[in-house]
Design a protein around this ligand. Structure first.
Ligand code: IPM
Ligand code: MG
Length: 355
């Protein structure tokens, strides 16, 4: 039986992951694909329980699984640990690296019901529908890093090799081919050498995709264009750190970071997680928006298990709940019906049932 490793992690991760699991289990109930779910420890929760953010047993289970569903990692309790022991660095990054999840997909779509949840103007954001593809296992996050004395200093090295750029850019072109055949590669080629090389390799790969219109944009300009006129974008491909920053920015084009799902892939194998963090300020209070995790569950059905109809059923159920006016706090306007995490999960299940 195909296996999904479930890693609730820390903070609101423990509340939102169960909601995503309920929804995924409900939607595949009548499908021929049966999934086995197995829960493991990760992050601060694992440090507290077994003294290690990514226990060997967890890593082994993830390597053997078909997919991993993750909540969130980290929190103030572990913030003062040395960098190498922090849950984000000691668990999330090695997990991405060991599973070779080089392609991170973050779809940003403005659902009509949420136009007013965003702080941006309606005419700028309505009908936004784009995908950001972020390189996830290279660049600054994984380069050599350290400290030196005299003068006191710190360094992080940014390296990209040809193969790393080639495969992610190719992934971008393939994605663009299935959408509107427009790909924007974001770099900082006016200054940074890795970016100049990124652009060079991208132009080489482009020869295999004459049907896709390729543009290049500097990352600072891309940040500005994303809020000025986001509808010019369809598929963006970029390196790890630029992608991290631009996707938080882009999440506001979809109403809230609480809506931004993500898939980190290596072929069919994938790790699925909301793009937001563990939100310690609201953790344990049944306040968190579970929709990004529920939508990540939909991405899991789509990309790992090829259950497109079931994935769409979840996406439509989420849209229906929002169209019916239900909101978690992050999406609410004065006068809205505000639901807790569990109640939002209930509503999505109800909407699925009424298909
Ligand atoms: C993300 C997060 C992570 C990242 C953190 C938690 C390490 O911000 O997935 O975007 O920077 O990749
Ligand atoms: Mg981020």
């Amino acid at each position: 039986m195909p296996k999904v490793v479930v890693l609730p992690g820390d903070g609101i991760g423990r509340e939102i992951v169960p909601q995503a699991m309920r929804v995924v289990q409900a939607v595949i109930k009548d499908s021929p694909v049966k999934l086995e779910f197995e829960e493991h420890l990760v992050g601060g929760a694992a440090i507290d329980a077994v003294g290690k953010a990514l226990p060997d047993e967890t890593l082994k289970a993830c390597l053997e699984a078909d997919a991993v569903l993750l909540g969130a990692i980290g929190g103030p309790k572990w913030d003062t640990l040395p960098t190498a022991q922090r849950p984000e660095v000691a668990a999330l990054l090695p997990l991405r690296k060991h599973l070779e999840l080089y392609a991170n997909i973050r779809p940003v779509r403005m659902l009509p019901a949420l136009v007013h949840a965003s702080t941006l103007k309606q005419e700028v954001i309505e009908n936004v529908d784009m995908v950001v593809i972020r390189e996830l296992t290279g660049g600054l996050y994984f380069g050599e890093k350290g400290r030196k004395d005299n003068p006191r200093s710190a360094y992080d090295v940014m390296v990209y090799n040809e193969d790393e750029i080639n495969r992610i850019v190719r992934f971008g072109f393939e994605t663009a081919r299935k959408r509107s055949k427009k790909l924007c590669s974001v770099d900082k080629a006016n200054v940074i050498e890795t970016s100049r090389f990124w652009r060079e390799v991208t132009l080489e790969v482009a020869k295999d995709y004459p049907d896709v219109e390729l543009t290049h944009m500097y990352v600072d300009n891309a940040a500005m264009q994303l809020v000025r006129y986001p509808k010019q974008f369809d598929v963006i491909v970029t390196e790890n750190m630029f992608g991290d920053i631009l996707t938080d920015l882009a999440s506001m084009l979809g109403g809230s970071i609480g809506m931004l799902a993500s898939a980190s892939l290596n072929g069919q194998k994938g790790l699925y997680e909301p793009a937001h963090g563990s939100a310690p300020d609201i953790a344990g209070k049944n306040l968190a928006n579970p929709l990004a995790t529920i939508l990540s569950g939909a991405l899991m059905l789509r990309y790992t298990f090829s259950l497109e109809q079931e994935a769409q059923a979840i996406e439509q159920a989420v849209e229906k709940v929002l169209n019916d006016g239900f909101r978690t706090g992050d999406l609410a306007q004065p006068g809205d019906k505000v639901l807790g995490t569990v109640e939002m999960g209930d509503k999505v299940l109800e909407a699925l049932g009424s298909r």
